[in-house]
Design a protein around this ligand. Structure first.
Ligand code: DC
Length: 224
């Protein structure tokens, strides 16, 4: 592959989005938030009144929503059937339902195919891409230039999420993260997992700039 592919995986609250956008900016790459794609499909299912706990019902409609994803790290966008859903996909309804929807194999097949097409285009037409998610190093981009698995202590992750979201408590975030970790790590298809050849980076106690600098250093090391 001609372009650079930086694969960044890790659990919620590990700092993936801020780190990925910072690395993309610094290296002049495109940026893809695959979690936003799972969230957008979930938003559509909820709007359509699909029972998200019924995997067959989700699978039956998984091909319908039309997703359009923008990959500018300074202004990533996501639209479903022409509606900008950047805001609503971060709400509690979508956050509570996304693990169930993303566990449905047909949903994953469709989104992984889209993610690979976006990656190929970024490599063909530009310098490459930073892709963040749960299964990038293991399933979406097994040949990525560099694979990073970001972690942080459960306490720190809950603290970061509580600081981001209004009207929540540390305890509520601790519980929500533990639930999502359990669901995302134990699903049958492409669970959250560290690729064997990924570098694990514990971000607890590090500043955002320190983590970005380390990922940029690791990427340059692989390409020099
Ligand atoms: O990164 P995030 O919290 O926005 O991701 C939302 C959900 O999407 C997460 O709970 C699991 C799912 N997801 C996934 O299954 N595979 C990915 N590559 C990215 C996200």
């Amino acid at each position: 592959m001609a372009g650079l592919v930086v694969a960044i995986d890790g659990p919620s609250g590990s700092g993936k989005s801020s780190v990925s956008r910072g690395v993309a900016r610094e290296l002049g790459l495109r940026y893809l938030d695959t979690g936003a794609m799972y969230r957008a499909i979930t938003w559509w299912m909820l709007r359509e009144g699909v029972d998200v706990t019924d995997a067959a019902a989700v699978a039956a409609r998984a091909g319908e929503p039309e997703l359009v994803v923008g990959t500018d790290p300074d202004a990533p966008t996501i639209a479903v059937d022409g509606v900008d859903v950047s805001g609503p996909i971060r709400g509690p309804e979508v956050t509570g339902a996304v693990s169930a929807v993303s566990a449905v194999p047909v949903v994953r097949r469709r989104l992984v195919a889209m993610q690979r097409a976006i990656m190929d285009e970024a490599c063909r037409e530009g310098a490459g891409i930073v892709i963040e998610g749960r299964d990038i190093g293991t399933a979406v981009a097994p040949d990525a230039t560099v694979k990073i698995f970001l972690t942080a202590s459960p306490e720190e992750r809950a603290r970061r999420r509580a600081a981001e979201l209004a009207g929540t408590t540390l305890e509520a975030q601790r519980e929500a993260l533990a639930r999502r970790d359990r669901l995302d790590s134990t699903r049958a298809v492409n669970p959250l997992a560290k690729a064997e050849d990924a570098v694990e980076l514990d971000t607890t106690g590090l500043t955002l700039d320190e983590v970005i600098a380390e990922v940029v250093r690791l990427t340059k090391e692989r390409t020099s």
